[in-house]
Write a protein that binds this ligand. Sequence first.
Ligand code: CTP
Ligand code: MG
Length: 335
Amino acid sequence: RMLKRQMPCCGDIHRLNAPLLAIYESLIPPEEERTKQKQILALLEKLVCKEWPKAQLFLYGSCANSFGVSKSDIDVCLAFNEEINDKAEVLLKLADILQSDNLQNVQALTRARVPIVKLMDPTTGISCDICINNVLAVINTKLLRDYAKIDARVRQLAFIVKHWAKSRGVNETYRGTLSSYAYVLMCIHFLQQRRPAILPCLQGMEKTYSITVDNIECAYFDKVEQLSNFGSPNKETVAQLVWGFFNYWAYGHDYANSVISVRTGSIISKQEKDWTRRVGNDRHLICIEDPFEISHDLGRVVDKFSIRVLREEFERAAHITQYDPNPCVKLFEPY
Ligand code: CTP
Ligand code: MG
């Protein structure tokens, strides 16, 4: 009997459910973090308002899309009602203003792909990146948050996937792996594809929210409180979904021909997007369409080396979730 208990319980994916949920619970930020975030935002608003009375500040990214784990940095967008040609100038001015208050490590990174000011608030210990006029990011943050409200399994799956990606070193765009934003879109797409579906395609429904930003119409059904039972016909547990997710990316996805698209709630062809060959640095080795900037492939950072790393990691994760006797340790083992 002892021996039997120590044997890996192959094929019984449910053994993973309670431990995965426990990991998810442990990653959820405590309510006091939200209070601290609001505190920083209020402080920044006070400082920015003196210089630019018409500008607005928005939170975006994981601190606002509900996929943020405990102790994340916060992302802030400083939005002007006009186009800013010289962002460097504004960022340097902003850094100046923030420096003179008692914020620490204020740094303007004017030459980054997305130019930002970085800072640390000593009262809360929270670090913060401020960018300018990145309103699309504010809108896609709302889209992700709205998807998360529909079914509890969205956040559960995405937290586990993000935690796995960070532990395994495959959440580093500067090294050719994927952003957190890309992983969350992969999860949403995956849940749209389940049968019965766990998530609908909000951009394919009646448009109850619509805004045009940078000449892009961003519109979708955002009355998601009406969809709170949408996923309930599907009884899959988070363990089954985690297993299914890794299996899909290890063995089910057609990397040569397919693009995943949350916008359409389906797979579309690379042909259709003209993403069949390398253009400049965009190799399209794994294709993830941005829901609003549809010419934007979030997989464009992946190169011929990192695609192998990624696919091996998906295979490793699929194998562990299915066969390993101690999957919750192995899955998140530092690389
Ligand atoms: N973003 C984007 N396009 C990208 C990458 C990011 O629009 N190619 C925006 C998204 O709004 C995203 C935000 O920038 O939510 C922050 O991106 P990222 O750091 O990838 O995600 P976080 O959700 O902040 O994740 P983490 O918990 O790792 O900080
Ligand atoms: Mg972030």
